[in-house]
Design a protein around this ligand. Sequence first.
Ligand code: MOS
Length: 738
Amino acid sequence: MGFFDDTISLSAPPEGRVEATAKVTGSGKYSAEYEVASLCHAVLVGSTIPAGIIKSINVGNARQVEGVIDVITHLNRPMVPAFADEAKIKEARFGLPVFHTDKIYFKGQPIAMVIAETLEDATYAASLITAEYAADQFNVDFEKSYKNAELKTAGKDRGTADSWAETPSVVEAEYTIKNEVHNPMEMHATIAHWTAENELKMFDKNQGVNNVQRMFAKLYNIPAEKIHVVSEFVGGGFGSGLRVWPHCLAAVIGAKAVKRPVKLVLTRPQMFTLVGYRPESWQKVKIGADNSGKFTGILHQARHATCVYDNFNEGITRIARLVYNFANLRTESATVPLNLSMPTWMRGPGDCTGDFAIESAIDELSYKLNIDPVQLRLQNLALEKDPDSGKKWSTNFVDECIKLAAEKIQWQNRKAAIGAISDGDWKTGYGMAVGMWNAGRSNASAGIKMLKDGSITVQTAMTDIGTGTGTAMQNIAKDATGISKEKIRIELGNSNLPPAPSQGGSTGLSSISGAVAAAVNALKMKLAGFAAAENDTYKNVVGADIILSDNGISYKTTNQQFVPYSVIWEKNNLQVLEVEASSAPGDERKQLAFCSSAAHFCMVKVNTKTGKIKIEKMVCAADGGTIVNEKAAANQISGAVVGGIGMALMEEQLIDPKLGTAIGNDLAGYHFAVNADAPIVEVIFVNKPDVNSNPSGSKGLGEVGIIGAAAAIANAIYNAIGKRLRDLPITPDKVLMG
Ligand code: MOS
């Protein structure tokens, strides 16, 4: 017996996206595309220094430009109530109090905003704004600064830190990764509209409309119900939409000032400095094993960049505590404040960074021990219990992931000897690594509206940032009701709909599938209530007894005790039948631990003359519990793996240490993996239900696809050419010199 009485049995159809037509034909609207009467356009002006005080701002020329309605700075902005005094600013936990300070914390920090009739007028006027500053010393140099950040214990020690120092085999090494940026295709954008004195409507690109709603309720001290946030279509996020950023508040401030709706769309360069990034990091891993390959202990230390006006700690050492049995363990971390904007969660946050170091160190250990890396991992996995919480895993199939992926890539073709497979200057290598992610679940609600013709609309406030949440909801609603797919509409991304958590941390489907199951149950019971007037059978039923079809309600088997919807609707004079239900994690989460996992296997070719790396094969086997929609799930994994290729080989947001400026801040200057850099990613799913996770048996998949990918690639490069490259990205120069 599991924890849920509303378990859904799924047919897992490989169906396409519910929103595909809307996206492909352009009828689906992204936040910047809404037409709002008397809309005006805002453009942000960034600071030209990375630290100091604004002495004066010259806005006179900008105000002269035809079409300019207003110019907002810290001198004339309408007050945001939560920023009324310094103490409140910290309390609001917003990050940068945009236009409410004369202090400059990073280069490009918004110091002014032009609002004009057209985007062109606003852009031109913004170019005329200048400021005088009292410049301060600044620091954007992580490499030079990280040592000064004192490491602090992150989590409880296991065993003793030094008991394994004399272990036969020890690897100790340092790992570094540069800043990486999300940069989804769709730029962040907000249309802000004060529709009445204390009523705000926003079309905003984000990963959680209720989160945005709550933040503005706090900032303006108005009830959340007075704030309506729409984010119906989102063109990617990768974590950048999990916070409310300064530009979003700037649009709201602007709309208040000019008493008109204001649209603010970030430019592509602004996307590199105003909506977060994966922070630059340093790590040290010391790991030991006895002669049999049994891990004896690990020390994992990590530091990463943050900003000077707030703190962000992404928990790089968490992954060290999760995957393997280490009798002795110590994890330490620190953040390094720099004159940069605030970093944030980016796909596989923390774990993705930490995993690169640990899985690289384990690979190194495997060569020292002369044990196959697959074997070494298999013999050390913590498959029974989460070693950190001590709770039994509900399900943990990371071993199956490893075996499935090894088979797919034909791991037996790997040679342990370095460079043993070669073709002229090209050396072939194989590498692997594993990834894991806490598979969370939050409270969520869903509603269903049914019409007489048996069509239903399933609704939730949750956004779908491209992951396939809406499609999976349709699959679940179809299998839980019995109503055909064509009759099921999905509505998402609107704070007027039943509340839901942000789509983040790979918890979306786990949270919403329970809510959809609960709403379906509520719908069945409501229909049974009406059907009872026609047929006594329905007087005493439970949801599980009810079967719905396109035309009516039945008892236990299709068409038995059938009552058509038309009869129910006509007799009760119904228009729409509506239900709403919530679901929440419960005791199962107190008793058990939950994880999703992945094994990444990679085959690379490295050219020893040019340093070029070609990824020939990339296989990822993942455990995400029941796979609700295989196409969407495989998209999640292959997209994440391609992100992992970028992380391993290309992505680095460089900052000029002398000027504090982001370098290469456009999609040509910031290199990331494109089609030519990635093979067809072969995705395999374990596809076994975790019946304690939620009624659909699924576990989150968004993050594990990237966690481990970079280490697998670095490990394959080592196998090819014998160079242990510990500084990402692994560009050709490092291959040649490293
Ligand atoms: Mo993901 S970093 O939780 O959007």
